[in-house]
Every structure is written in structure tokens, then in C-alpha cells.
Design a protein around this ligand. Sequence first.
Ligand code: MF3
Ligand code: CO
Length: 291
Amino acid sequence: MLEKLGRNLPCWCGSGKKYKHCHAELDAKLETLAMEGEEVPKHKMIKNAEQIARIKESCKVNVAVLDAVEREIRPGMACSEINDIVNEVTYSMGAIPAPLHYEGYPYSVCTSVNEQVCHGFPTRHAVLKEGDIVNVDCSSILDGYFSDSSRMYCIGEVSSERRKLVQVTRECMEKGIACVKPFAHLGDVGEAIQAHARANGYSVVDTIGGHGCGIAFHEDPYVSHVGKKGTGMVLVPGMIFTIEPMINAGTAAVVTNKANGWEVSTRDGRDSAQWENMILVTETGYEILSW
Ligand code: MF3
Ligand code: CO
């Protein structure tokens, strides 16, 4: 009786549709999967059409910022200038840089050069020189909705070793993205990334991962870039998360700067690269939101 009544009430997702015409069927399927021992997403990890539309608007800011950086970045530029560009473009589009003051983070963007893995500080002293590779990791808040993506930039002439690391890391992200579809597992993503990195003699940072994103900066689920096919959380339409592999030329071990508690570098001092994108699980596969 209660069950029947519930089916005519508005769906929990906020779509305004009756539950029976919205997520009732998915919930029944997830309940069965959960009984079979599968890890299934919580309702709060599933976005409705309105939320998805607003998150996509935020992603447009992120893309515009990364495009602006791409136009300006050059040898001799200090990473503080990248921070300035991020502020300028973000605020001019009516958005706010998400990293600023996030858990005490003191800048608007992360710039991670060569052996830096992530969360590099865009200071005046971090001057980019010919041959460097740098990840610019940008996150925006537009009307309360979050976006998060990053790209690698090669500064002037870059060695073939570094170019290969940048290229393979991008392929790792793409191979991870290609695994995304309804009822796939998060472990599929991790395995695909790990396999491609290993095949090229690289290692995958396994202590920092991707994350749900959109309503907040960092949401569940945690997205590991290593894993085993068929394991981990089941994916369903409406989930949005980042895939952001950090790939190291040497070993996977990383160290965090003790003085500032943020900047992460490879322990062996060898190079690291990262690409990040936000992915929506659709009815048929995936949509890339922040390219
Ligand atoms: N953009 C990073 C990510 O991909 C988060 C950086 S946290 C910050 O999750 F505070 F450093 F910005
Ligand atoms: Co991220």
C-alpha cells in the first residue's frame, strides 16, 4: 500500500516527475544488484536534468579558463601570471575559483611543474622555462555549481621523453573515460588506466584519485585510477565524476611538501603528468563535460 502510494509521489531526484515515471525502475534494479553484493551509488550521487544543465554551465567557465591559459602560456612566464589569468576569466564570467580558500588553499589554481604531481602553488618564483611540462588544474563555481578539469601544457621545445609522458597520460584519461557507461564498474576505469600506464613503463599514483563533482567540489564516489575490472561501484545515469590520472615516469610514490602541506611531488624526483575531465554517465554511455 505504502509502496504503491510512494510510486505516485514526486521522485527523490527533484525532477518533479512521479517516482514511477522517474527513478523507480532504476531503484529496483539497484536493490537487486545490492542484494547480489554489488556496491551501488547512493541517491545523492545521482543528478537530475536541471542540476546537470547547471553543472554544464559551470564547466563552460572551466573550459574558457583553460583555453585562455593555453593562449598565454609561454617560457619565462611565472605561474602567478596563470593565477591572474584564472582570476580574470573566472570573475569576468560571473564565477568564483573553487580552490581559493578551499581547506585553506591559498591560490585560485594549481600549477604542477615537471616532478610536481598535483596542488603546485602558482607563485611568482615558479617561472616556466623552455622544456618544462606543467599541469594547470582549474575549478570553478558558477551559481553554486562546481566544475573541475585540468590540462598539460608543454613549454616551448620539450624532450621526446616528456612529450611521451604527457601524451600517454592523456590516453590513460581517455581510456578510463571510454569505460564509462551504465552498469559498468569504477574498477573498469582504474584497470584501463593502469594497464595503459604500465604498458608504457609508467606508474599510476594510487593515493590520490578522482571524485564526484557538481553540487560540491569533492563528492563521493572516490575514483581510483588503479583497479580491477568488474569491481567497485556500479555506474548509473546521472552520476558525474572526474577522471584525473596522475602518471609517473618512475615509481608511484609521492611526497607532500611539509612546509605548506599541499604541494605533492614524486618521491624519486622523476616527472609526473596529469589530465582531468568531468564525465557524466548518460543512458547510453558517457558525456565529457569539461573538455
Ligand atoms: N582540482 C583538484 C582536484 O582535481 C583539487 C585541488 S584542491 C585545491 O580535485 F584546493 F588545491 F584546489
Ligand atoms: Co578533481
